[in-house]
Ligand binder design. Structure first.
Ligand code: GLC
Length: 462
């Protein structure tokens, strides 16, 4: 006969075996269990800084689009070259500031749609060597980030509105009468020129290989895949090449389905994408520095957006637009520092977390620790009464304020525990415990989160 102890051990083993299944069943919305290990640092990292820096900063006009959309002639756009000095470029200061903000990586525009490269490329004359900056700007950036323990990302535009071979073909199926933008497509009536396109692809791959070989970026942030189709770009082949050159590199999603994660832009997703994702957003209304744009978002708004993103299991890629001399706009520096105050205090509720409760359980974003045993509630406003979490079946170990560790009083109200329908969890958050921007309440659960999703019904056994 089995002893009580060995019987309960057997029960424990069975329970442990079933636990992952239980977790899977309890919340359909949870993070896919098979996260590619290559992406782990990225999904854990939560915050990156995007940097749009190029010729456009000289006049303070829209990056590349200003000539594409006819706001300035191509010739005048290129006349910005002598103004691109980089004389106050201090990548170490950038890296220190990004770290202070709480970022774990940064993404710099190595080349935007205008084709201007921030590194001395062997493959074109349109690069930093044609400006007074006259030196490689990418290596010191990569070195400075790595010295601060940050990962290195490069933005690279597939399309190149300066390259003579680029506007040589139309997207498959377009008629030769198609009257598209001259920088993107052949003039109407002109036939496609597949040889030029092949040459362009060799150039495109060549520049990407330069970046990969020279700087070993941890992340490639592609953009501008929309003027050709997947076959024309051979994105599948590009992915294969990139991963063969450097197997650990992460690729963003602007590769016609051949990337690793989704990249929603400017408008916060209402329903977070399912897999890994990163929301990119400007601090004011522009990616690069623009003279007239002083519409910088308040720190609190940025923090709230960030909290929503973390709660949805995503990352924020927050954009700055340095001046042509390489210094950062002071309003943007202030925002990064303000964000840093909050990320430092709430680090445990940000980094390494996974998406939180589905809609309906809490009025506000929530996140879960990786082991699913701590739930984080992001409290935006001053509560008039206890804050409420619905549907948590677990027993509770402790409820506390993240950052100070102050324990909070809580109780459960209602429910039908004998039917496994939990009561509402009510937590008192005294005003003195509130953060100026977003307060985070931690709930340590006994065991991994076990959620009730039901719609209820008559309780027939009381
Ligand atoms: C858009 C724009 C580009 C900007 C990018 C950032 O794709 O074309 O100017 O760099 O968004 O996500």
């Amino acid at each position: 006969m089995k002893s009580r102890l060995s019987r309960s051990r057997t029960a424990l083993v069975v329970l442990l075996m079933l636990a992952p299944l239980a977790a899977l069943l309890s919340t359909a919305e949870e993070e896919p269990i098979t996260l590619d290990p290559r992406l782990e640092w990225f999904v854990d990292g939560k915050l990156g800084i995007f940097i749009h820096w190029g010729l456009y900063a000289v006049n303070g006009i829209p990056e590349s689009w200003s000539f594409f959309n006819g706001q300035i002639s191509y010739e005048d756009y290129m006349k910005q070259k002598p103004g691109f000095t980089a004389e106050r470029y201090d990548p170490k200061a950038w890296a220190a500031l990004f770290k202070e903000a709480g970022a774990r990586y940064a993404v710099l525009t190595s080349k935007h749609h205008d084709g201007f490269a921030l590194w001395p490329t062997e493959l074109s004359d349109l690069d930093v060597m044609a400006t007074p900056a006259k030196r490689d700007l990418l290596q010191p950036y990569a070195d400075a980030l790595r010295a601060e323990g940050l990962k290195v990302g490069f933005y690279f535009s597939h399309l190149d509105w300066s390259h003579p071979d680029y506007a040589s073909v139309r997207t498959k199926g377009m008629s030769t009468d198609f009257d598209g933008n001259r920088f993107a497509y052949p003039a109407p009536g002109t036939p496609d020129d597949p040889d030029s396109w092949e040459r362009f692809l060799v150039f495109h791959r060549g520049q990407i290989k330069e970046l990969s070989d020279r700087y070993r970026p941890d992340l490639f942030w592609f953009d501008g895949d929309w003027e050709r189709d997947e076959e024309q770009w051979d994105m599948k082949g590009l992915r294969k090449d990139l991963l063969s050159w450097q197997p650990t590199t992460i690729l963003n999603g602007r590769m016609k389905e051949y990337g690793d994660y989704e990249t929603p832009e400017q408008g916060l997703p209402i329903f977070p994408p399912e897999g890994p994702w990163e929301f990119c957003m400007t601090i004011n209304d522009s990616w690069g520095y623009q003279v007239q744009d002083h519409n910088h978002k308040p720190v609190r708004q940025i923090i709230r957006t960030f909290a929503e993103i973390v709660g949805g299991g995503g990352n924020l890629l927050l954009d700055v637009g340095p001046y042509a001399d390489g210094s950062l706009q002071p309003e943007q520096v202030d925002r990064l520092k303000g964000l840093g105050r909050w990320t430092k205090k709430h680090a445990e509720a940000i980094y390494g977390t996974r998406r939180g409760l589905p809609f309906g359980h809490f009025y506000g974003p929530t996140a879960l620790a990786k082991d699913r045993q701590t739930l984080y509630l992001y409290v935006f406003d001053i509560p008039r009464d206890a804050i409420a979490v619905k549907g948590v079946r677990n027993e509770i170990d402790e409820v506390y304020v993240v950052g100070s560790g102050q324990t909070l009083a809580w109780k459960r109200s209602g429910g039908a525990p004998w039917k496994n329908i939990p009561g509402i969890l009510l937590v008192d958050v005294p005003e003195a415990a509130l953060d100026d921007d977003v307060t985070v309440v931690g709930i340590r659960l006994k065991g991994p989160l076990d959620l009730y999703h039901g719609s209820g019904g008559a309780i027939e056994a009381n």
